[in-house]
Design a binder for this molecule. Structure first.
Ligand code: GLU
Length: 420
């Protein structure tokens, strides 16, 4: 039992053990690779609008510092725990290593539902979180970015708080900032764009006709909405299902995703969106489609529903959407379902965050075309490596992707040695 004890952390460890077995990593190295290097928990008192003071729990986990600073998002979600944060940090490590970024993984966040706070309360909480984190983060130590429940505005408050304490503008302390204060063109769309690039790549490989294909997208936040829009408008797929935390909509004739986006913009959720039948959100995942994109929370594809999936491509936009039980089933269905594993599929976000950090350090600006071209080049390279490794070793795409990441971290640790 450790401070990380939690279902999601256990899941991340179980996935890691599969890779460690495959790579024949000995016990000493396993623990060194698995447990986070550092973790911090903070209590955040905030003045609420009604005059009361409320406290919130905040976390930041830095998984390994072997290859450079740590990098990872900040999640504002009611159920966030230290264990979940550690799992997400571990996944960031393998994700960054697979993309060959000079980072270890990190993750942080606050156990809070941001929708329940006023703007003033949200700003106070965000600033307090960053202020408490100042001793632990830095442009060469740990760089925060956005994740579920956070956005450009929150990144701007983080950047401002850190900068005020330093006495000068430190734009490279966070990524995912607005472009007006040193953010990069293309960061907001990066994760969804990357998901769609890889889906198109897989469809091409499988000789699927996008004009005749359908997609279901679970989650309508930054990743899901950008992916759904781009799949519909750019790739020409028919989007037959979408969902968020409040509603799931199915329409075999196709959903107007732009109308859904406008609805969410106005109302804040998909509830009462009337372009299709409202269905059980769990059932949406197992409905027939060519491309299924889980782009919401972890552990939605489980031992219970993996057998029922009816998609040809499973593109994991979320972090950890598939449990190890489900993986065993999907491995047997490898010729029916082509999995694009999370650490490859959603890597676009952190790759463009890396570009933003580099631009910040150099006080230099790239165009959106430069950003997108470089992003696709890295994704293409990772995709080819994963597919090749999986074919050559007859292993799943997830095992191949994680093995490439874990191997790179292990190699660096061995090369640097153990001090003292
Ligand atoms: N939240 C994103 C992820 O899970 C990346 C955050 C960042 O850009 O640092 O990959």
């Amino acid at each position: 039992m450790t401070i990380y004890d939690d279902d999601v952390f256990r899941m991340a460890c179980a996935q890691f053990e599969v890779i460690a077995d495959y790579l024949s990593i000995g016990k000493n190295h396993r623990e060194r690779l698995m447990y986070p290097k550092r973790a911090v928990a903070v209590t955040l008192p905030v003045h609420m609008d009604d005059g009361s003071t409320k406290t919130f729990q905040g976390y930041r986990v830095q998984h390994h510092l072997t290859l450079g600073p740590t990098k990872g998002g900040t999640r504002f979600a009611p159920s966030l725990s230290m264990g979940e944060t550690a799992a997400l940090a571990m996944w960031m490590s393998w994700k960054c290593a697979l993309a060959n970024l000079p980072y270890g993984g990190a993750k942080g966040g606050i156990a809070v539902d941001p929708a329940k706070l006023s703007r003033t309360e949200l700003e106070a909480l965000s600033r307090r979180y960053m202020q408490e984190m100042i001793p632990f983060v830095g442009p060469h130590t740990d760089i925060m970015g956005p994740d579920m429940g956070t956005n450009e505005q929150i990144m701007a408050w983080f950047m401002d708080t850190y900068s005020v304490y330093q006495g000068y503008a430190v734009s490279e302390i966070v990524t995912g900032k607005p472009v007006s204060i040193g953010g990069t063109e293309g960061r907001r769309e990066a994760t969804g764009r990357g998901v769609v690039y890889l889906i198109e790549r897989a469809m091409n490989m499988l000789k699927m006709d996008s004009e005749k294909s359908t997609a279901i997208v679970q989650g309508f936040g930054n990743v899901g909405s950008v992916a759904a829009l781009s799949l519909a408008l750019k790739s020409g797929l028919k989007i037959v299902g979408i969902s968020d935390a409040h509603a799931a909509i199915y329409n075999p004739k196709g959903i107007d995703v732009e109308a859904a986006e406008q609805h969410v913009h106005k109302k804040g959720h998909l509830r009462a969106f009337d372009q299709g039948d409202h269905v059980d959100p769990n059932e949406l995942l197992t409905m027939k489609c060519d491309v299924l994109v889980p782009a919401a929370v972890d552990r939605v594809i489980t031992g219970k529903n993996a057998r029922k999936l009816q998609c040809r491509i499973l593109a994991e936009g979320a972090n950890g959407p598939t449990t190890p039980d489900a993986d065993l089933i999907l491995e047997k269905r490898w010729d029916e379902i082509f999995v694009i594993p999370d650490i490859l599929c959603n890597a676009g976000g952190v790759i463009v965050s890396y570009f933003e950090w580099v631009q910040g350090l150099q006080s230099f600006r790239w165009t959106e075309t430069e950003v997108t071209d470089k992003l696709f080049r890295i994704l293409e390279h990772s995709f080819i490596q994963v597919i090749r490794r999986a074919k050559e070793h007859k292993i799943s795409h997830r095992t191949a992707a994680m093995a490439i990441g874990v191997e790179r971290v292990l190699k660096a640790k061995m090369m640097r040695g153990l001090f003292p």
